[in-house]
Write a protein that binds this ligand. Structure first.
Ligand SMILES: C[S@@+](CC[C@H](N)C(=O)[O-])C[C@H]1O[C@@H](n2cnc3c(N)ncnc32)[C@H](O)[C@@H]1O
Length: 417
C-alpha cells in the first residue's frame, strides 16, 4: 500500500473497509465545503463571510490533499451511493475513522515539540538499557514517537504498526523526508485567520536506517511469536474495543521471554461496559495475570493536543508502565471469538440476538422514514406508529422526534479534523 506492507488476516476485506471510509470521508469534506459556501451566500456579517471564505477555500484544498495522500488505497468508482455506504457500517469500530486522529498529524510533525518531547522522555525511561532493542510500536499513528525513539539510538530496529491509512501514509512521507502540507481546523480558533491553518508537516532530520512502517492490526500483528525485545502501546489500550487482557495477550506473544511491554497514555476506559472501566489497580491485576511481572508505574501531567492555533486543549495525567514478560500468556479466545463466519466466508451467519434485534430495529426505522414524504407532520407519523401497534400513544411522539433529530443532527456534525 504505497510501499508500506499491508499485513492483515483479511487483507481484501480491510482494503474494502478503508475504501468505503475513504469515499465517505471525501464526501464529507465536499459536503462541508458546500455547506460553508451556501452559508457564505446568506451571511450579512463581513466577519462571518471572511471566516466562511477561508473555510471554503481550505476545504477545497483539503479535499485535493487528502485525495492525493489516500490515492494508494486505489479508490474505485462503484455504483453504491452515500446512503448504501452509510447503511452498511463497517467491520472496524466506527470510531476508527480516517480522520479520527487528524490533529495528531499536526502535533506529531508540526507544532507538538513539547508534547512529543514529554512522551519521548517518559517512554525512553522505560526502555531496556541497551542499544540493539527490537521495538514494535502498536498503534503508532502518524509515527512521531516511534521516529523519536528510533532516532534516540536506544533501539536497533523499530517497527511502527497501525491500521489507519491516512496516518501511516503521512508517516511514510515523513520518514522518507518529504513535506506534506495539510490544513488544521482548530476546535476553537484563536483568531479568524486560524479558522483553517495550512501547515507544513515534516520530520526534523532524515531518519536513520531500521525504522519500518507496517499496516496491521495490533491484535493480529503480522510477526512470529517472540519477535521483539520491547513492545510499546502508546495511547492504544484506551481507544480499542478489546479489553486490556486481550491487548496484554497480543503483546505477550510478540515479546521474547524477559522482553518488556511499555504502556503509555490514558487509563480512561469510559467507552466500555461498567465491568471493563478499569482503574489502574485492575489494569495492574490483568497485566500480572497475562504472564507479566508487576508493572512499574509512573504518571505525569502532560499537555495534550495544545495547538497554538486553538483555545482548546487538555491536560492528561499520562500513565507509563513497563512490565517484563515472565511467561507465555494463558490461552484466550481469538480476536473474533465465536465468529468463524467472519473468517470462513462460506459459513452460515447465526441469527444472534444482537443481529435479530438490529434487523427488527432497522425495519422499524425504514418504515418510519418511508412515511416522511415532505407532507406529513411528526404528529401524523407518531399516530401511524401507534396505529401499527409499534408504539403506545405516550411514547410515540418522543420516539419519532428522537429518531428524526438524531438523523438530522448527523447533517450538523462538526467537520472532520
Ligand atoms: C489515540 S491514537 C494514538 C496514536 C499514537 N500512538 C499517538 O500516541 O499519538 C490511537 C491509534 O491506534 C490506532 N489503532 C486503533 N486500533 C488499532 C488496532 N487494532 N491495531 C493497530 N492500530 C490501531 C489508530 O489508528 C490510532 O493511530
Amino acid at each position: 500500500m504505497g510501499g508500506v506492507p499491508w499485513l492483515f488476516p483479511e487483507p481484501a476485506l480491510m482494503l474494502g473497509e478503508w475504501r468505503n471510509r475513504q469515499r465517505l470521508y471525501l464526501e464529507e469534506i465536499e459536503r462541508d465545503r458546500r455547506a460553508a459556501e451556501a452559508a457564505l451566500a446568506g451571511s450579512p456579517s463581513a466577519a462571518t463571510r471572511a471566516r466562511l471564505e477561508r473555510l471554503v477555500a481550505a476545504y477545497g484544498e483539503h479535499l485535493v490533499t487528502v485525495s492525493g495522500l489516500l490515492a494508494p488505497l486505489g479508490l474505485v468508482a462503484v455504483p453504491a451511493g452515500h446512503a448504501t455506504m452509510n447503511a452498511f457500517g463497517v467491520t472496524l469500530p466506527q470510531r476508527q475513522d480516517l480522520h479520527s486522529y487528524y490533529t495528531n498529524l499536526h502535533r506529531d510533525w508540526c507544532w507538538g515539540a513539547l508534547e512529543n518531547q514529554l512522551a519521548l522522555d517518559a517512554v525512553r525511561a522505560a526502555l531496556p538499557d541497551r542499544r540493539d532493542t527490537r521495538l514494535a510500536v502498536l498503534g503508532a499513528g502518524s509515527g512521531r514517537l516511534a521516529y523519536d525513539l528510533h532516532q534516540s539510538g536506544l533501539v536497533g530496529e523499530t517497527v511502527a504498526l497501525d491500521i489507519n491509512p491516512l496516518l501511516v501514509l503521512v508517516a511514510r512521507e515523513m520518514i522518507e523526508g518529504r513535506s506534506v502540507w495539510l490544513h488544521e481546523f482548530p476546535l476553537a480558533p484563536r483568531t479568524a485567520a486560524e479558522t483553517a491553518v495550512r501547515r507544513e508537516l515534516k520530520a526534523p532530520v532524515a531518519v536513520r536506517p531500521g525504522l519500518r512502517l507496517v499496516f496491521g492490526d495490533a491484535f493480529a500483528a503480522p510477526f512470529p511469536p517472540a519477535s521483539f525485545d520491547a513492545v510499546l502501546t502508546p495511547w492504544l489500550a484506551d481507544i480499542v474495543d478489546e479489553d486490556i487482557a486481550s491487548l496484554a495477550t497480543a503483546v505477550n506473544r510478540l515479546l521474547v521471554p524477559g522482553g518488556r511491554w511499555i504502556y503509555h497514555g490514558s487509563a480512561s476506559f469510559v467507552g466500555r461496559g461498567p465491568a471493563d472501566r478499569y482503574n489502574i489497580e485492575e489494569v495492574d491485576e490483568r497485566v500480572r495475570q497475562t504472564g507479566f511481572a508487576a508493572p512499574v508505574w509512573q504518571s505525569a501531567d502532560m499537555p495534550y493536543m495544545r495547538s497554538p492555533a486553538s483555545r482548546h486543549s487538555r491536560v492528561e495525567t499520562v500513565l507509563t508502565f513497563a512490565s517484563v514478560k515472565q511467561h507465555e500468556a494463558p490461552e484466550r479466545p481469538g480476536h473474533h471469538p465465536g465468529s468463524d463466519w467472519l473468517t470462513n466466508l462460506s459459513l452460515p451467519i447465526p441469527l444472534s440476538p444482537a443481529l435479530e434485534l438490529a434487523g427488527i430495529a432497522a425495519r422499524i426505522q425504514a418504515f418510519t422514514l418511508s412515511l416522511v414524504n415532505g407532507e406529513r407532520s411528526a404528529a401524523e407519523l407518531a399516530e401511524f406508529l401507534v396505529a401499527q401497534g409499534l408504539l403506545d400513544p405516550e411514547s410515540s411522539m418522543a420516539a419519532v422526534l428522537g429518531l428524526l433529530q438524531r438523523l438530522t443532527d448527523a447533517e450538523r456534525r462538526p467537520p472532520p479534523h
